[in-house]
Design a binder for this molecule. Structure first.
Ligand code: PXP
Length: 262
């Protein structure tokens, strides 16, 4: 199986910074450390309420990613403001996410099926600017097909429900993992690249990483939390090692080689 890419989401470094209104810890420094520790790319979500990542962070992250030739994955709500920021920076990738101001985190996937007329033109304009567009969706075959119809190149499957079920030792976990596998397989059949993320920790990463169609994981909150105890570099290295174990030849299935090329 091909090597799985790891995007490290550095939003919560900014959460800690913003708690005191100081200039530290600096998410840009965290991004540099993440890349040095084995992350393939940097992921950041500029929320409409700017609760963590700021516009200045995105400016700086775009510069360091470009300088190092590494992908920046810009998570964004489907709004005119975010679209303008994406088009100004032209990051390697944009991931369209649903956003509700009162939510603690991105609690569910984007309703691409219900929002086709609003979402498809945004996908088109971003793609025309050379940005690889993904839709962050629940593991739902209707949403997979709708993402394809909207013109997305990638779907990122929301792993939050599965990861939470594992943490709660819920019997639902098995069924939720099957849904992720089915959605990944269908997306691949439709020609979409498959990513996954949300809520992933050391315990849940291997089952997700073992889904052969998945090409990239985006992981944030757990890694930033773990960094408090063991440091960001070692936390990323441990996650990377677990991902590699899950993709080792013994667990091998078909080859889905595709690599970052921009
Ligand atoms: N992928 C997407 C689209 C997200 O919105 C998030 C959270 O910002 C993540 C991945 C990372 O999730 P977590 O921080 O729970 O690892």
């Amino acid at each position: 199986m091909s090597k799985l890419r790891l995007g490290v989401n550095i939003d919560h470094v900014a959460t800690v910074r913003n708690a005191r209104g100081e200039g530290y810890p600096d998410p840009v420094r965290a991004a540099e450390m993440a890349l040095a520790a084995g992350a393939d790319g940097v992921t950041a979500h500029l929320r409409e309420d700017r609760r963590h990542i700021s516009d200045a962070d995105i400016d700086a992250l775009a510069v360091i990613c470009r300088r190092r030739g590494r992908p920046l994955n810009f998570e964004m709500a489907v709004t005119a403001e975010m679209e303008a920021i994406a088009l100004a920076h032209k990051p390697h990738a944009a991931c369209l996410v649903p956003e509700r101001r009162e939510e603690v985190t991105t609690e569910g996937g984007l309703d691409v099926a219900g929002g086709h007329n609003r979402i498809a033109p945004v996908v088109q304009r971003l793609a025309d600017a050379g940005i690889r567009v993904s839709c962050f969706i629940d593991a739902d075959l209707t949403q997979v097909a709708a993402s394809r119809a909207a013109g997305a190149a990638v779907v990122e499957l929301h792993t939050g429900a599965y990861c939470q079920a594992v943490r709660e030792r819920s019997p639902e976990a098995t069924h939720l993992l099957e849904n992720l596998k089915a959605a990944a397989s269908e997306a691949h059949r439709l020609g979409l690249e498959v990513h996954a993320g949300h809520g992933i920790d050391y315990e849940t990463v291997k089952a997700v990483a073992a889904i052969p169609e998945v090409m990239e994981l985006n992981i944030g909150h757990f890694l930033i939390g773990e960094a408090i105890f063991i440091g960001l570099g070692p936390a990323i290295q441990r996650m990377r090692a677990l991902m590699d174990e899950a993709r080792a030849p013994a667990n091998s299935a078909p080859e889905f080689a595709k690599s970052y090329s921009k």
